[in-house]
Write a protein that binds this ligand. Structure first.
Ligand SMILES: C[S@@+](CC[C@H](N)C(=O)[O-])C[C@H]1O[C@@H](n2cnc3c(N)ncnc32)[C@H](O)[C@@H]1O
Length: 794
């Protein structure tokens, strides 16, 4: 019988960002895969017709197929997907392991352009079958370098329903660990080419309330460096209103320039993802411990936070904008109930029908009625909230943890909310996890013939009494450790900030700055009249008086300082790296207490710059923004050259700066040259063949960019050009890419890991498996180290 480890139910630990992750690893046998409460509760919810109940449970008990997405820019993704289709799949077709046929990977039918794959192969096959072993190491390496993202199939859905475009302003409210953030970033960078990254005009803010988990986001995002990315660390339900300068907006005719220049506007978003913390019972197939611990009060307890996060998102959305609300729970209390509560409390939104958006995706409509339970054992349930409240002794009513919004709205209203437009994904339908998605739209401005574009459209209001009834009833019940109150009161607080900036024309006409937020003038004044260190000190002081959001901890990150385009070091860098006049020198920032360009330079696009300049970074709880493109070369070689700092383009930042590098400064090379670079850490200049050898030998010690042209040689076929950074020392040259990226490249080009590290690892394995002493000629003398260390040593 197979033994499985228990994983952390999604959202359990997440709901409380300060709660430690559940890392217990108790073992769950297949015979333990039953939970009476689960079955009783979901049968009562009527989520499935009777005849589907057994297939549903049976699928829940079977292992989830391995699924992955080919990531990166579209062109890279297509290329890699073609490699899988044309090289790996034929190689894996017809594999027989221990007498049984094993199916090769197949494309997920509903994923656009066939860029997502799945296979159902046991670990034993992956480890022991030579064919699958090779495929497995291909996956491992490509995952390491960010070209492949292992992600549950259903988790790929929300970004697809958001339909992000490069100009969109997007926020991912609960983003960590960041698999969906990566997808959103890819959509923002859809116009990238194989070798260079675009500067999309749009924005992606990836937020998570858990400070530690925001570092996962930063790590994940480093795989697709973007000048349009910001990572913040806030409680999404009270996400602060961010300001952008007025120049970004169109003013109605007649607006005085003085008024326009003074005005700050709240940044509203085109697309918002609310992939909220949830009880996670849709992940039962991989988080087997849920079988033991599932109980309905988890969902009941999360409902309030989920509503508040969705309400906050609705307050931050542009007219015509779109929100995707998703959970990996099947519980209507965390799904339709949340959507209904949010729609009832904030007018002007509607659920949109996207049931045909992904042909091939099988899903079921949202449900219009459900039956919340009020105790762990599901022994009591009430058809309506009123009946439930009546059942309680009067002195206990105020302490009840259940809200009216846990119950379905009256039938007629449930109908008018179009809850059936929500989408439920059940595991047995397409061999996936369980999932829920709702797509909400803020009703777009209605254009009246002859009216100017900036005019405000009338809100499509739901009957005021309905909304009021819901809000009043919720306000009356402070429950769940103060959460219930917050559903409405927090949203209302912020509504004062936000609603007046809802319509373009109103925004432009209003003279008053947004209530409750520092004005940009204040921030700019503070920033310009203080050194960054003093500014940070002032923030610290502020922090002492008022505990911050996002976990209530004081915010300790370094400040962000945009350096002058005329800064001497920046100018030197521009000259050294042969950057042309198109390089956006005024969008370069540094992150350190002094605000000097001492180590690394980051590049942002204009909207990120505007946000950083007009908002207090500590109030934003900004963890990072833009992308690191240039770093000071710290090696002995650089030091030998005197006090003059030397800078080099970072591999991760190269696609972003490449369009701004003088083409004449880019060195040309072929596949044979590439092989020499891949085979050793520091190939001597003389070990290359001409013409590259003569070119590199006479170069000064410095950072250079090499363009490797497509071609076939040295046992490899390079199908597309490759542009990589190198560092030239006195007599040797180093390829400045991470050693894992180098191994991945080697595998892709040469079919094996010919890097020093790869050969060392293979030799070690050979010794361990009793294969004898490795062939000395194949083993490098230089110990395996990270590339940063290698570069330093160079
Ligand atoms: C379901 S996970 C998100 C998964 C993520 N979207 C992805 O695709 O990788 C929920 C996340 O919400 C975060 N979270 C929990 N409460 C939050 C809150 N109040 N505000 C923002 N994030 C929160 C958790 O830390 C967790 O990372």
């Amino acid at each position: 019988m197979s033994r499985k480890k228990r994983g952390a139910p999604r959202g359990k630990g997440n709901a409380n960002p300060s709660a430690p992750e559940d890392t217990r690893t108790d073992v769950v046998e297949r015979s333990d895969m039953h939970n009476e409460r689960f079955e009783k509760y979901y049968k009562a919810q009527n989520i499935l017709p009777d005849e589907e109940w057994e297939p549903f449970l049976e699928t829940m008990r079977s292992p989830l197929p391995t699924t992955f997405r080919v990531a990166g820019s579209r062109q890279i993704a297509r290329l890699l997907s073609d490699t899988i289709k044309n090289t790996h799949v034929p190689h894996l077709a017809g594999v027989v392991f221990e007498g049984e046929a094993v199916s090769p990977p197949s494309q997920i039918s509903w994923y656009p352009e066939g860029l997502a794959w799945q296979f159902n192969v046991s670990k034993k096959v992956l480890r022991k079958s030579p064919e699958f072993k090779k495929f497995h190491s291909f996956l491992v390496y490509e995952t390491e370098v960010g070209n492949i993202s292992r992600q549950e199939a259903v988790s790929m859905l929300p970004p697809l329903f958001l339909e992000v475009e490069p100009h969109h302003r997007v926020i991912d409210m609960c983003a960590a660990p960041g698999s969906k953030t990566a997808q959103l970033l890819e959509a923002l960078h859809a116009h990238d080419t194989l070798t260079s990254s675009s500067f999309p005009p749009g924005l992606l803010i990836a937020n998570d309330s858990d400070h530690k988990r925001t570092h996962m986001l930063i790590h994940q995002a480093a795989r697709l460096p973007s000048p349009a990315l910001m990572v913040t660390n806030h409680d999404a339900s009270i996400y602060p209103a961010l300001k952008i300068p007025s120049e970004q907006l169109v003013f109605p005719p007649g607006t005085k320039a003085r008024v326009a220049a003074k005005k700050q506007y709240q940044l509203l978003f085109d697309r918002i993802l609310c992939d909220v913390p949830c009880s996670g019972d849709g992940t039962l197939r991989k988080n087997l411990g849920i079988w033991r611990h599932w109980q309905p009060m988890d969902g009941n307890g999360l409902h309030s936070l989920q509503v508040r996060i969705l309400q906050r998102a609705m307050r931050m959305l542009k007219k015509g904008g779109r929100i995707v609300y998703s959970t990996c729970s099947l519980n209507p209390v965390e799904n339709e109930a949340v959507v209904a509560a949010a729609l009832r409390s904030i007018p002007g939104f509607e659920l949109i029908d996207m049931s045909n958006h992904l042909p091939g995706l099988i899903h079921r409509p949202g449900i219009k009625t459900w039956r919340p339970t009020v105790d762990r054992s599901i022994s009591t349930s009430f058809p309506t909230y009123a009946e439930y409240i009546q059942s309680l002794p009067e002195d206990q009513r105020a302490d009840s943890k259940m809200l009216e919004s846990h119950w379905p709205p009256p039938a007629e209203e449930a109908e008018s909310l179009n809850l059936t437009r929500c989408m439920r994904i059940y595991p047995h339908l397409q061999d996936t996890g369980g999932f829920f998605i709702a797509v909400l739209q803020k009703v777009p401005p209605r254009r009246v013939a002859g009216q100017p574009k900036t005019s405000s459209a009338p809100e499509s209001k739901r009957p005021a009494d309905v909304v009021e009834a819901l809000e009043t009833s919720e306000v009356k019940k402070p429950k769940l450790a103060g959460e219930a109150d917050a559903i409405v009161t927090l949203a209302d607080d912020q509504a004062q900030d936000l609603e007046e900036v809802d319509d373009d024309i109103q925004e432009a006409a209003a003279e008053e700055p947004i209530a409750g937020v520092d004005t940009a003038a204040e921030t700019q004044e503070a920033a310009s009249s203080m050194t960054p260190a003093k500014f940070q000190q002032a923030q610290r002081k502020k922090g002492k008086n008022k505990s911050s959001d996002g976990g209530g901890t004081y915010f300790r990150e370094n400040p962000y300082t945009f350096i002058s385009p005329n800064d001497l070091i920046l100018q030197k860098c521009i000259a050294q790296l042969n950057l042309t006049s198109t390089f956006p020198a005024s969008n370069v920032l540094v992150r350190n207490p002094t605000g000097e360009p001492v180590r690394s330079l980051y590049l942002t696009n204009d909207i990120v710059k505007d946000i950083v300049l007009h908002n207090d970074y500590a109030r934003m709880r900004l963890m990072t923004c833009g992308t690191k493109v240039v770093a000071k070369q710290e090696g002995a070689d650089a030091k030998r050259m005197g006090a003059e700092p030397q800078f080099r383009v970072l591999g991760e930042g190269l696609p972003v700066v490449l369009p701004h590098i003088d083409p004449a400064a880019i060195l040309e090379a072929d596949v044979t040259t590439l092989r020499t670079f891949v085979e050793s850490y520091y190939p001597l200049c003389e070990s290359f063949k001409d013409p590259f050898k003569s070119v590199i030998q006479v170069k000064d010690s410095c950072s250079y960019i090499v363009r490797f042209q497509p071609g076939e040689a040295a046992g490899a076929s390079l199908t597309h050009e490759l542009v990589l950074p190198i560092w030239k020392s006195n007599v040797s040259v180093t390829l400045m890419i991470d050693k894992k990226a180098k191994s991945a490249l080697s595998l892709r080009l040469f079919g094996e890991d010919i890097t020093t590290a790869g050969r060392e690892a293979a030799a070690k394995k050979q010794v361990q498996s009793g294969g004898g002493t490795p062939d000395e000629s194949n083993v490098a003398v230089i110990p395996v180290s990270s590339l940063e260390e290698e570069a330093t040593a160079a």
